[in-house]
Structures are given as structure tokens and as C-alpha cells.
Design a protein around this ligand. Structure first.
Ligand SMILES: Nc1ncnc2c1ncn2[C@@H]1O[C@H](COP(=O)(O)OP(=O)(O)OP(=O)(O)O)[C@@H](O)[C@H]1O
Length: 252
């Protein structure tokens, strides 16, 4: 049975700068005080920005969680931590089940290989072979509709082509836990129509969904629960019909 347990998760990033002393001075000046708030200093004397601070929640099968909050709230960092891309600086992330991510079109793709080769590689990684692998290849080829680009290296694709391929691939193999950025719900109209059908199939099939979004209509449609984040912290966690009105009212 799939599940997610996040406890006391803290993630910070060092800010590299040619002159750390002047960066500290600038940040101190901007904030009108010594380094505080989201900025801190690590044990190597580097200025760091705290992307997540003591975030805790658990997800059970059937839950569809939406992450909402203003720019820089920490939504993308949390998605990436769930996907295992970022290591916690403090606390921990426990994920039970097979994860599928729709985060970054280039994630897990080799730009030197063709679309077809990338599909086969991903299929093999997921333990597919023979008929199952051929079915996934056919499914993604039909969805992505890339014509002869299917056999050209990914680095020759436009960003829209890259999205179609990676979306098709990520939605061809059913994950138990789906981690998704709303960015994948934006696209041209015909892509979106076909994409929605696949997302619906995936969301129904996946045991758990986590999606980050700025769009109230997206979370209202897809999510049963919302985590409202600000400045790397959880402001409110609850059913969509309770958190969304509170968030919209605060956003003015
Ligand atoms: N690689 C990084 N290096 C330094 N700081 C980072 C990095 N990634 C994120 N941050 C910082 O961490 C904080 C959280 O960023 P994050 O991208 O998670 O926010 P977000 O809620 O997804 O924002 P948006 O809605 O604008 O996409 C921000 O202050 C950001 O500047």
C-alpha cells in the first residue's frame, strides 16, 4: 500500500556569491536587520536560503494533495524532495510505493538519445520487456505525435515537443504515487484535451497524487486536500473546500 510520511522536513540552499561578506551586508540591508527570516548562515559560513522549514504531513492511499502558496513559498522544493531529487537538511521523507514524476521535461531523459531510445530505456528501467515494452512505445509514440522526430536526438526538439514526449512517457507507466507540477497542465489546447484524459486516467489509477499549483480551478478540480505554504512553512493543511477559500481571501 502506498504512503508518504514527511516529518520536520527542512531544506536550505547555500547562496554562492563572489563576496559573501557583501552579500550578507546586502541581505541585511534589504531586510533592514541582521541576517534573519529565510536567510541564515551555515557552519561553513555560507549564506543560505531556507526553502522549507519543519514541514510535516502524511498521505494515505486515495489522497490527492495540492500545494498552494505564493512565488517562493517552497512548493517546487517540496515536490523535488518527495521525488528524491533534494536531500533533506533536517527531518525526513519516507515514501512507500513506485513514484512517477511530471516535474521537468528533461528529468531522466538523455538529450543525446532519440525519443524512441529514451522510451525504451525508461521502460527497461521500470522492468518492462517484450510485449509490454512495445505497447508503451506505441502508446507514447501515438500520444506525442512527433513524426520523424521520434528517431532524432532529444536535443533537436522544441520545448513543446519535449513536453509531449515526457508527458506521454510519464503517463504511460502507471505510478502508485504521482508527483506533478501544474506546469504540465499548461499547453496548447489540443495537447491539453488529450493530456487531461491521460491525467484523469493516471490520477484514478495512482493511489496518491501531489500537485503544485497557482490556479484555484486546478486544485479545486483535482485535489481533495490542500497544503497552503508561505515562506517555506505550512500555513494551513486541510480539505480543499476549507483551505482554498481561506487562501483566496488572504491573497485578496
Ligand atoms: N536551487 C536553489 N538555489 C537557491 N535557492 C533556491 C533554489 N531553489 C529554490 N530556492 C529558493 O527556495 C525558496 C523556495 O523556492 P521554490 O521554488 O520551492 O518555491 P515555489 O513555491 O515553487 O515558487 P514558484 O511558485 O515561484 O514556483 C525560494 O526562496 C527560492 O528562491
Amino acid at each position: 500500500m502506498a504512503g508518504v510520511d514527511v516529518s520536520d522536513l527542512t531544506i536550505s540552499f547555500p547562496l554562492y556569491h563572489g563576496d559573501a561578506r557583501s552579500l550578507k551586508k546586502t541581505l541585511g540591508g534589504v531586510m533592514g536587520r541582521q541576517l534573519s527570516g529565510r536567510f541564515a548562515q551555515d557552519n561553513r559560513n555560507r549564506v543560505t536560503v531556507q526553502a522549507l522549514k519543519n514541514v510535516s504531513f502524511s498521505l494515505q492511499p486515495g489522497e490527492r494533495l495540492g500545494l498552494i502558496g505564493r512565488n517562493g513559498a517552497g512548493k517546487t522544493t517540496l515536490l523535488r524532495a518527495l521525488a528524491g531529487i533534494y536531500e533533506p537538511v533536517g527531518g525526513c521523507v519516507l515514501v512507500r510505493g513506485r513514484i512517477g514524476t511530471l516535474l521537468d521535461t528533461s528529468l531522466g531523459m538523455n538529450p543525446e538519445l532519440s525519443g524512441r531510445e529514451n522510451i525504451r530505456l525508461r521502460g527497461l528501467f521500470f522492468g518492462l520487456s517484450g510485449k509490454a515494452l512495445a505497447e508503451v512505445e506505441q502508446d507514447v509514440e501515438t500520444f506525442a505525435d512527433l513524426g520523424s522526430f521520434m528517431d532524432l536526438p532529444l536535443k533537436t526538439y522544441s520545448s513543446g515537443m519535449g513536453v509531449r514526449l515526457s508527458f506521454g512517457l510519464a503517463t504511460a507507466i502507471m505510478p502508485q504515487i504521482l508527483i506533478m507540477d501544474e506546469w504540465f497542465m499548461a499547453g496548447d489546447a489540443s495537447f491539453m484535451q488529450r493530456a487531461e484524459q491521460r491525467i484523469a486516467g493516471l490520477v484514478e489509477g495512482a493511489e496518491i497524487l501531489v500537485v503544485s499549483s497557482h490556479m484555484p480551478e486546478v486544485v479545486a478540480k483535482w485535489c481533495t486536500r490542500l497544503l497552503w505554504m508561505e515562506q517555506g512553512r505550512v500555513v494551513m493543511d486541510g480539505p480543499t473546500d476549507e483551505v482554498l477559500p481561506a487562501y483566496l481571501e488572504a491573497a485578496g
